[in-house]
Design a protein around this ligand. Structure first.
Ligand SMILES: [Zn+2]
Length: 392
């Protein structure tokens, strides 16, 4: 087999006629043309093999042996005697007027989907950032047709397309990304959900305590169960406990401040997970203030509620916590009590099903990395494409 045939095989273009091949330390140049044969005129569908002229197109292809590869394609223009028009012979590797092969563009997109950043892909393939962005823009991830049965709504700070926050929709049961929306605003969410015909099939909506999402869920998915991610709730209790500690610590005589070393960690760790010496340190700390001891006890009650295995158990334990927190009269727990008054119905729903926002939060972290690698995205569509490429 002549060498040119091997090169043609390497290029996955079996029919080409290679006229020259040069190689340096960094670049490979392959000169070729296609065999002349009758072609169908795209204008009148007549058959012709009358050549009008030739032009050289330099097309960048996938790297070979780590070297940038350029195809010098001598493209043939045919003349159609039936309609009098000219046209180029068909060529499968690159689109008309494109100076890169389609497979190079695919490869760039593939590298992006491997979570490489635009800058490193453009450097590796010796392409411009704007080329990569153009390709990224051309990728289509259409809006899904049907809503899932379990849907999670959350938001993340994407700063894309002029909006600070973007909404993220996932399927927590399937651990998959559903969609990314340009804005988390009520109007934008309404517009998005309006278009779906299977709204009645949504059975569960998982969210954190966001009134906009809750009202939206009630309006659009009245049959769905709203589930508050219970891990979002704990922070209200830990904030309250932390605020009591800060108040007490400020009032404390300087001699006694030594008892508050590592206090945050000691207070927030589950009691059952503390080692003996930590238990002793905790006891000394709590003996400094009755308020702190009560706040600590409330936190443990809440942790206990969180571990409930059923809705019945959770309902009982939450009631117990609420009574104790009200009786404590600690002002630091007011925000927590208000939150529970507004949301406990939906928080208890979490004990009936296995769904949380854990997957969404993991996805949000991955998005943060994408955003950081790219130094932000101004264009929302690029950002959305980038997220879909990396995460689906
Ligand atoms: Zn024609």
């Amino acid at each position: 087999m002549p060498t040119s045939n091997f090169t043609a095989k390497l290029l996955e273009l079996e029919e080409i006629i290679i006229s020259d091949f040069t190689s340096s330390n960094t670049e490979i140049h392959i000169h070729f043309s296609l065999p002349r044969k009758p072609c169908t005129c795209p204008h009148c569908l007549g058959l012709t093999d009358k050549v009008h002229d030739y032009r050289i197109s330099i097309i960048k292809d996938l790297p070979i042996m780590g070297k940038h590869t350029f195809l010098h394609y001598r493209k043939r223009r045919y003349h159609c005697p039936l309609c009098g028009k000219h046209f180029y012979e068909p060529f499968s590797l690159a689109a008309k007027h494109c100076r890169t092969t389609t497979r190079l563009a695919f490869y760039a997109i593939h590298l992006l989907s491997e979570r490489q950043c635009v800058r490193s892909v453009s450097r590796l393939l010796d392409l411009s950032d704007s080329y990569i962005f153009r390709r990224l823009k051309a990728v289509q991830f259409p809006k899904p047709d049907r809503l899932p049965t379990v849907l999670s709504i959350d938001e993340f700070k994407g700063n894309a397309g002029g909006e600070k926050f973007q909404a993220i929709l996932t399927c927590p049961d399937k651990h998959s990304l559903f969609d990314i929306l340009p804005s988390r605003s009520q109007v934008s969410l309404q517009q998005y959900f309006q278009g779906f015909k299977n709204k009645k099939e949504v059975r569960f909506i998982v969210m954190d305590m966001n009134k906009v999402y809750r009202e939206l869920a009630k309006d659009y998915f009245p049959q769905a169960t709203i589930v508050i991610d219970k891990f979002h709730v704990v922070r209200y209790v830990t904030w309250a406990l932390e605020n009591v500690r800060k108040r007490i610590q400020k009032q404390l005589h300087p001699d006694k401040r030594k008892y508050f070393k590592r206090s945050r960690k000691l207070l927030l760790t589950h009691k059952s997970k503390l080692k003996e010496e930590s238990m002793d340190a905790l006891a000394v700390m709590l003996s400094q203030s009755e308020d702190l001891a009560i706040a600590y006890h409330l936190k443990e009650l809440f942790y206990d509620f969180m571990k409930s295995m059923s809705r019945t158990e959770a309902t009982k334990k939450l009631k117990f916590f609420l009574l104790a927190a009200q009786a404590s009269q600690l002002k630091e727990f007011h925000a927590c009590l208000t939150m529970l008054a507004n949301w406990s119905k939906y928080i208890l729903n979490a004990f009936d099903c296995p769904y949380t926002n854990g997957f969404t939060e993991g996805t949000n972290n991955a998005i943060k990395v994408i955003k950081r690698n790219a130094f932000g995205y101004r264009n929302f569509k690029n950002f959305r494409n980038r997220i879909f490429l990396a995460l689906t």
